[in-house]
Structures are given as C-alpha cells and as structure tokens.
Write a protein that binds this ligand. Structure first.
Ligand SMILES: [Zn+2]
Length: 284
C-alpha cells in the first residue's frame, strides 16, 4: 500500500510531468472507484492542472478550485503514460479504474490489482469534502514532538495500531509503522499511555527519520520504480525469517485476519517472541 513517502513521490512526479497541462478529459472505467457525482467528471475537461500534493496518504490533484482526490488503498497505483490509444476506455473488469488524459496526449491511469476494489477517487471543490481527508490527524512528518506525543497519547492502545490510525496522525501505514517501531526499538504491542517520555522521543525521532529517508529515496523515482525502491529500503517489514540488519536476530511476524506485522525480537522485545494468536490457535 502506498504510504506517505510514495504518495509524496507521486505528487512530486506529477508536479514535474503533469502540472501546467490541460486536462482533456477524465474517463471512468470502474464506477465504484469514483465516489462523487457532483461536480461531474466532465467539469474537469479543459481545466489546467495547477498543483499536485497530498493529505496523509491521499493524493490531491488541483485544477484551481476543483480537486481530484485519490486514495490508492492497498492495491492501487498510478501509471503515467506518454500516449494512449484514441479509443475511450471501456468500463469493465480490467485493472484500470480511471484515466486522466492531458492535452499533449500523455496522462495517467489509476489502477487497482486484485478483486478487492477499494481505490477511491473524489472530484470535489474542497479536499475537506472527502470524509477521509476531513478526519485526518496532523501529518506524521510535519508533527513536532509536542503535537506527536499528544496525538499518540490521545488514544490508549497498542502503539502499532495507534500510529497507523489516520485520525491520530496522517500518512503512516502498515509497512512504515513496522520500520518506525524497529528504529525506535519499541514493541508493536507497547501500550501508548505507558510510553515513557524517553520512549516517546525515540518514537518521534524514528518517525521523522524513517519517513524523511523514505521520501528522499522515493522522490525523483519514476512511478514505475517506486515500489521496488520502497522494498529495498525496508529493515523488518515483509522480511519474516531474514536476519535483522542491526542485530542479526531473525525477523518475526504476527498475523491478523487480513494483515501481518513484522518485528525483530532482538531489537524490540528483549529477545522474546510476541504471541501470535492465530498460530497459537492452530497449535491448540
Ligand atoms: Zn534486530
């Protein structure tokens, strides 16, 4: 799933390639991917792309007071094309959800792999009209220590869950939270209101460091190479069974119904593996 660094890089890429161009038209192939109907997509035709930015993990393409806001969800992506076939996109079951054609013949497709269709796009006159954007907490990369600590402590729960709650702080998802907690040397199951001030400073520093490094690695990458760049920078996420690059211990995993987390016992939990409820249920 694209998180803050990848969405930031996509926005930077679009600022370079697309901003300043006129939108010829927006074609919608997957009706479920467009969550708004007023203004209609035809309202974008002839408008100039004036900016590309993000709100947390939401990409925001502005055409003056009109915004195409996109949440790529778990399996969504953006593909920039130098040229398209002239024939309009056919609604159907392919991976392309939405196409934006620009006046020089180039443009981009929003695609979604797999069968779980959760990519969401919104054409609005104010990004705050998007429910997910309106509820976002402060940006994880912009939050200073005081703001960050107050937000994290505002929810009592396991730090992994609180850090990825977009209403607490915007931008961090499953992959970067694993990385941040590894850098901070904190258990993903540590309870937020029991974190010491020293642990909170470590968590804030780790968030800043991890996201800044990832943004620096990602910005300047073409959309096509962003995903492999993300993978190459990871220390524990998606590395179950591999050695931790810091202490050499084996990276372990805890599985949930539809996700999993990875961590290093040596760095994060005093050498003790965390209970994996799914596994222990299987053993019983
Ligand atoms: Zn380690």
């Amino acid at each position: 799933m694209p998180e803050l660094p990848e969405v930031e890089a996509l926005a930077a890429y679009l600022r370079e390639r697309a901003v300043g161009r006129r939108v010829e038209r927006i074609e919608v192939a997957a009706i479920s991917a467009l969550k708004t109907y007023d203004p209609p997509v035809t309202a974008a035709a002839g408008r100039t792309l004036t900016g590309a930015g993000r709100h947390g993990k939401f990409l925001d393409l502005s055409m003056d007071d009109l915004h195409l806001v996109v949440h790529l969800a778990r399996a969504g992506w953006l593909h920039y094309r130098e040229a398209f076939a002239a024939t309009p996109l056919k609604p159907g079951k392919g991976p392309i959800a939405l196409r934006v054609r620009l006046d020089d013949g180039s443009g981009f497709d929003l695609t979604e792999a797999g069968t779980q269709k959760s990519l969401a796009s919104y054409l609005v006159t104010d990004p705050a009209q998007v429910p997910g954007v309106a509820k976002l907490g402060p940006d994880a990369l912009a939050a200073d220590l005081a703001t960050f600590a107050a937000r994290i402590r505002s929810r009592r729960g396991q730090v992994k869950g609180v850090l990825t709650d977009q209403e607490v702080l915007a931008g961090v998802g499953n992959a970067y939270s694993d990385e941040i907690l590894h850098v901070a040397k904190l258990s993903p199951f540590a309870i937020t209101d029991r974190l010491t001030d020293e642990q909170m400073v470590r968590l804030h520093d780790a968030t800043q460091q991890t996201l800044t490094d990832a943004v620096n690695r990602s910005v300047g990458q073409r959309a096509a190479t962003l995903k492999s760049e993300k993978r190459s920078g990871l220390r524990v996420h998606a590395r179950t069974g591999l050695p931790c690059p810091i202490c050499g211990d084996t990276v372990r995993e805890v599985s949930f119904a539809d996700s999993s987390l990875q961590y290093c016992p040596g760095c994060q939990t005093g050498g003790k593996p965390l209970a994996d409820r799914r596994l222990s249920r299987l053993v019983k």
